[in-house]
Design a protein around this ligand. Structure first.
Ligand SMILES: [Zn+2]
Length: 751
């Protein structure tokens, strides 16, 4: 493989790096439309007025501010001329996802209708209007709510009536367990047959708006996105991986079991502002809002006019290209391309051997080692972040990323590249320049083939770039010498584009996933770009290149540590619970995290003893507290009967201090449990926590084997609002996480 000379090789490599950077830049949101733009288009600035209105203060379920936000939104929807109502109900954490303590709430969903002319189904525009207690929720999910309202406003201003019904559904109590959406689905009231949900979420404060999860089969949904969404930031690798994990959840998990088809859109850049006091209007990126709204307005028009009765029966393979292009392919096309790639690489290897450039033994040798740098890069990136956290332990309790993660991002990319370059230096020495690259192509072709069989939705990420590169190398045999490098470079553009969209947006979703997604992407896709350096790589002192890259990676991480510091505008996250045992009039401070410079005033290392350890099992730090005069929750025994070995108890639970939630906890689960009219099946392992209980309490019926019952009641308020005399507000550079609480617990007497 003789392609070009040293200088032109480096130039081609730089051009491809330019394509990588250009792809990343193009995918980020740029610009937005102001208030003065035509009424039938989406304006981020107009949407932002709604954000400012609703995200003034935290508004979690069960607070006065929550009810103010609810009323503002109902007024705004009625102002748009929509038939709007508040649907009251009781929601529970989706039964499909297991939790020891199941979240529940009295919820108030906002439902507004636009009847269609000849409806075949309903298009739901959804977002949640509650926030966490620890922040005003401007991005999460004020922007989603505002995007829905502005999209509907633009739709109505356009004057066209749609064929299908459109329903705006602003869900309640998402933050406490996807409860409003669950209550909506469980009510079974609205005709949800043939329903399509466009859900709006945020787990950060900027970056591209990603379609990160869909229901399956996804073919018809993705076809619509391809057809109309101007920013289809998605690919079937991402949606497959996101669908497989349940750690990070949205209302999607409540809608899906209801048989609705769902597109789950969310942005996750600048995630340090997630669930934080600075998730406020000042930290909203209007360009991101514009992306979200432009997509949703286009999608509601598309689904609004479609026959929603025709459902798709197949999943697709899809990936994005720059300039808003989404390529959607049936699985068989990817499988066929994977087969072609394997054949093409086989032909190429044979050709290189016949031309006397290398031997099959050397190619196989390189192929056998080509995967090794992937786990090594994973380990190196993982280790890098562990070292950074050792140097700066305040990073440990971070929800996702630090405030200024960019130097770390680049460091991760350069470190992964350093591992790749080290492999390349060794492979060249051992197998020669030609066999090193031919081996990499063989390895990727086989890996792509395996993926095409076992997980076809993910295979495009290897198959398309590898096929491009293989065809590019083959083409160099057929063109005159001076055309070889330009031709090869053109065929490596798919690898560069895929590398761009697989790295930076993935980094924006969080450093913790970087070892497993970004590092392998750099090693495998970046490896293809090394084809341009075949002639340019120095025969002597090749080691200097990976060594320099390692040094640069470390320097970048050091720069990250220097640039990113906690201060009043970039506060540190902290977690603290005050727990009062009303049975014994004893209190403790508790924390899930190691003591930091603020919480060490309250707690020291060491888990508490029972009964605290039983109610807060993840506590790692604790300390003594003065017992405050807080009145405990109560349980009124309405009835208590035992019949043929079964004891049935009917209770009414109340908070006597207007707490925002109340929990019933036990060590031995009853055989049946019914709370506020909802059966909890299967019965949760250790209890339930009910948010926004009605002032006259919540009704609980439980069935257990005859004999004594040991039940505990706990109620919770947001720690700063708990009225604990020994509580002090933290300094400005520390904020409390959403689960920081003042809690009172008591054993239900007389059972
Ligand atoms: Zn949210």
């Amino acid at each position: 493989m003789r392609v070009g000379r040293a200088v032109s090789g480096v130039l081609a490599f730089v051009v491809l790096l330019g394509v990588v950077v250009g792809t990343v830049w193009e995918q980020q949101p740029h610009g937005y439309r102001g208030e003065s733009v035509a009424q039938d288009v989406f304006s981020a600035e107009r949407a932002f007025r709604v954000v400012r209105e609703i995200a003034q203060r935290p508004h979690p379920v069960g607070t006065v501010e929550h009810d103010r936000v609810r009323d503002v939104l109902v007024g705004a929807l009625r102002g748009l001329g929509l038939d709007t109502e508040i649907q009251d109900g009781v929601g529970r954490y989706p039964g499909s996802l297991r939790r020891d303590v199941v979240g529940m709430a009295r919820v108030a969903n906002i439902v507004a209708r636009m009847p269609g002319t000849d409806s075949t189904g309903t298009v739901f525009l959804t977002a949640h209007y509650d926030s966490v207690a620890s922040g005003p929720g401007a991005n999460d999910d004020g922007v989603g709510v505002a995007a829905v309202l502005e999209a509907v406003r633009a739709l109505r201003a356009g004057g066209s009536t749609l064929r299908n019904d459109v329903v705006v559904l602003l869900t309640d109590a998402e933050e406490t367990g996807l409860l409003g959406a669950e209550a909506f689905v469980a009510s079974g009231k609205d005709g949800r047959d043939n329903g399509v949900v466009v859900n709006h979420e945020a787990r950060g404060a900027g970056g591209p708006v990603l379609l990160w999860r869909t229901t399956h089969p996804d073919g018809a949904l993705v076809d619509a996105v391809e057809k109309v969404a101007p920013y289809p930031n998605t690919d079937s690798l991402t949606t497959t991986l996101a669908g497989a994990q349940t750690g990070s959840n949205t209302d999607f998990a409540s809608f899906e079991p209801g048989g609705l088809r769902v597109l789950d859109w969310a942005y996750a850049g600048r995630s340090a502002y997630y669930h934080n006091i600075f998730d406020d209007p000042a930290h909203v990126d209007l360009a991101t809002v514009q992306q979200m709204g432009d997509n949703s307005l286009a999608l509601v028009k598309e689904f609004g006019g479609k026959d929603l009765r025709t459902k798709d029966d197949a999943d697709r393979s899809f990936f994005q290209l720059p300039f808003g292009m989404l390529v959607v392919l049936p699985f068989w096309v990817i499988m066929a391309l994977a087969a072609v790639t394997v054949l093409a690489v086989g032909w190429l290897s044979r050709h290189l051997r016949r031309a006397g450039e290398t031997s099959l033994r050397k190619i196989f040798g390189s192929a056998a080692t080509a995967l090794v740098p992937a786990p090594l890069a994973t380990g190196a990136v993982y280790g890098l972040w562990e070292v950074v956290k050792l140097i700066r332990p305040e990073y440990r309790p971070l929800f996702v990323d630090p405030y200024r993660p960019e130097f770390y991002y680049v460091s991760i990319l350069v470190l992964s590249a350093a591992v790749l370059l080290a492999w390349y230096a060794i492979a060249r020495r051992l197998f020669g320049a030609t066999a090193a690259m031919a081996g990499l192509l063989c390895c990727l072709a086989v890996l792509g083939g395996i993926l095409a069989i076992v997980a076809p939705a993910t295979a495009h990420v290897l198959v398309v770039p590898t096929l491009g590169a293989t065809v590019g190398v083959a083409a160099t045999f057929a063109v005159p010498e001076r055309w070889r490098l330009p031709v090869l470079t053109v065929f490596l553009i798919p690898a560069a584009v895929f590398l761009g969209s697989a790295t930076w947006p993935a980094l924006q979703t969080g450093i913790t996933t970087a070892p497993f997604l970004v590092a392998p992407a750099v090693v495998l896709l970046g490896g293809l770009l090394l084809l341009t350096l075949t002639q340019a790589w120095p025969d002597r002192r090749g080691w200097a290149i990976p060594s320099t890259a390692f040094v640069v990676a470390v320097a970048l991480a050091a720069a990250g540590l220097a640039v990113d510091r906690f201060d009043d505008q970039h506060p540190l996250t902290s977690q603290l619970v005050y727990a009062l045992d009303a049975d014994r009039n004893e209190a403790l401070w508790l924390s899930r995290d190691s003591p930091d410079r603020w919480t060490r005033n309250f707690v020291g290392e060491g888990a508490p003893s029972r009964p605290f350890a039983q109610l807060w099992p993840t506590t790692t730090a604790s300390g003594p507290a003065t017992a405050a005069k807080l009145s405990p929750p109560t349980a009124e025994i309405l009835s208590d009967t035992t019949e043929s070995g079964q004891r049935t108890v009917h209770l009414r639970l109340r908070t006597t201090r207007a707490a925002t939630s109340i929990a019933l906890r036990y060590e031995t689960a009853p055989t049946a449990l019914r709370v506020a009219g909802r059966d909890l099946t299967p019965v949760p392992k250790t209890g339930f926590q009910f948010y926004a209980p009605a002032p006259d309490g919540i009704d609980v019926q439980l069935v257990a084997p005859a004999g004594p019952l040991s039940l505990q009641l706990v109620d919770y308020t947001w720690l700063p609002d708990s009225g604990i005399p020994s509580y002090r507000n933290p300094p400005g550079d520390i904020y409390f996480r959403q689960d920081s609480a003042g809690a009172v617990f008591v054993t239900i007497p007389g059972l």
